[in-house]
Design a protein around this ligand. Structure first.
Ligand code: S3P
Length: 438
């Protein structure tokens, strides 16, 4: 266990932020490189622990991985028919995304693949991916009535066909599409609302035929025609909006702050938090395609409902920081998926805000911030709930308030944002250190 100790001399983030490479896209770039024929150079790959687990997984499945420098990797792929049976269990660590995606890839392996993860991932629902893969013809079993890792996949490519997902999940859609590379006929995945399209975009980059359409009832469909993926040569990963969101939210909610975020991925379904902050009165401007300029102002509370949730699912703890700094009440609903993230994020977000003096109530699918956070004397203690996003939200909120704080369980930050402490110290002009062993 590590504690992030933050002094009372912080301020809201100011200056220029180059966020870490996008985690979702990095996972997919690595898996795509494994499944493509030829050598792929991934430039600007995330060094988050979650993505390191993906790097180990693709090596175990047959890719030759050479690290050119810290964030540039050269990967010789094997194609969907060349993936090999790993010698060992695949350990996804804390990564729910890798857990789901690799189960899809495992259907391509002529042999047996066992997938497990840390205690948090082993509590997360896997039936959402196990059941549709099985319905498409895979031989797959998981612990606890198919609901939990470990899971076992035994050499069984899927048929094609149509799968309609009950829960909007980019991870499940991606697992099916990756499995679809081995299908005997085209595979169509229908999702209730559009989720992040990184896997579809990647498969297109690899030269495959992917059709996408919005259906009359608002659902979204992706149709993959199986084929041989070929490397595009280089895949470049832009900055992670979900990592930038902590600093953006705290800056937007603090009058006088000015923050510029460069090199950011701002594609569809990832910027819902920017829309919400703007609705709260936030001054956030897009410069070109990859830069956001944030000018801090006094925000007012807002309401966020189910239709917006898929576009900001990972940004709720960061948005909660803005809720706690705003005037008036803010309410979130339709977000029951947060209960099965790295922590029960409805409860851990509420507990984090309460530690800063906010009045928060929770419901089965959301929360209401009735009154905001304030500065208090002495040093606050906040628990991350073993969740990287809660730890980072607490840290930026402490800085924005000039509040001394100890964030317990801060070691989880490295699962997504290993450079967070450096960026916090620089942008918030604060003394902060990671203290091990508490
Ligand atoms: C992700 C999808 C989302 C998100 C997760 C990353 C992805 O999960 O919360 O952090 O990379 O596909 P769900 O698919 O469960 O919505």
């Amino acid at each position: 266990m590590a504690e992030l100790v933050i002094s009372s001399r912080g301020r809201a983030p100011e200056g220029v932020l180059i966020p870490p490479p996008d985690k979702s896209i990095s996972h997919r770039a690595l898996l795509g490189a494994l499944l493509a024929l030829g050598t792929t150079t991934v430039v600007g790959c995330s060094r988050a622990l979650d993505v390191e687990a993906t790097r180990r997984a693709i090596a175990a499945l047959g890719a030759a991985v050479r690290v050119v420098d810290g964030t540039t990797l050269e990967i010789r792929g094997v194609g969907p028919t060349g993936v090999v049976e790993p010698d060992e269990v695949i350990d996804v660590g804390n990564s729910g995304t890798l857990a789901r995606l690799v189960l899809g890839v495992a259907t391509l392996v002529p042999g047996m693949v066992v997938v497990t993860g840390d205690a948090s991932v082993r509590r997360r629902p896997m039936d959402r991916v196990v059941l549709p893969l099985r319905a498409l013809g895979a031989t797959i079993r998981a612990r606890w009535g198919d609901r939990r890792l470990p899971a076992v996949v035994v050499g069984s490519r899927i048929r094609g066909g149509v799968q309609t997902l009950p829960v909007p999940s980019a991870q499940v859609k991606s697992a099916l599409l990756l499995a679809g590379l081995g299908a005997s006929e085209p595979l169509t995945v229908v999702e209730p609302v559009p989720t992040r399209p990184h896997t579809e975009e990647l498969l297109e980059t690899l030269g495959l035929r992917v059709e996408r359409a919005t259906l009359p009832e608002g659902q979204h469909m992706v149709r993959l025609t199986p084929g041989t993926p070929r490397t595009p040569g280089t895949v470049r990963v832009l900055g992670d909006p979900s990592a930038a969101a902590f600093f953006v939210a705290a800056a937007a909610a603090t009058p006088g702050a000015r923050l510029e975020v460069r090199g950011l991925y701002l594609g569809p379904t990832r910027t819902g938090f920017v829309e919400v902050l703007r609705r709260m009165g936030g001054e956030i401007e897009l410069l070109g395609h990859e830069t956001l300029v944030v000018r801090g102002s006094s925000l007012r509370g807002t309401t966020v409902g189910a239709s917006e949730v898929p576009s900001l699912i990972d940004e709720v703890p960061a948005l909660a920081v803005a809720f706690a700094l705003a005037r008036g009440e803010s309410r979130l609903s339709g977000a029951e998926e947060l209960r099965v993230k790295e922590s029960d994020r409805i409860e851990t977000t509420a507990a984090m805000l309460r530690a800063f003096g906010a009045t928060v109530t929770t419901t089965h699918d959301g929360l209401t911030v009735h009154s905001g956070a304030g500065r208090s004397r002495g040093t606050l203690t906040v628990d991350s709930g073993a969740d990287h996003r809660i730890a980072m939200s607490a840290a930026v909120l402490a800085c924005a308030l000039g509040q001394a704080a100890r964030v317990q369980g801060a070691e989880w930050i490295a699962t997504s944002y290993p450079g967070f402490l450096d960026d916090l110290v620089r942008l918030c002009a604060v003394e902060a250190e990671m203290v091990e062993g508490r």
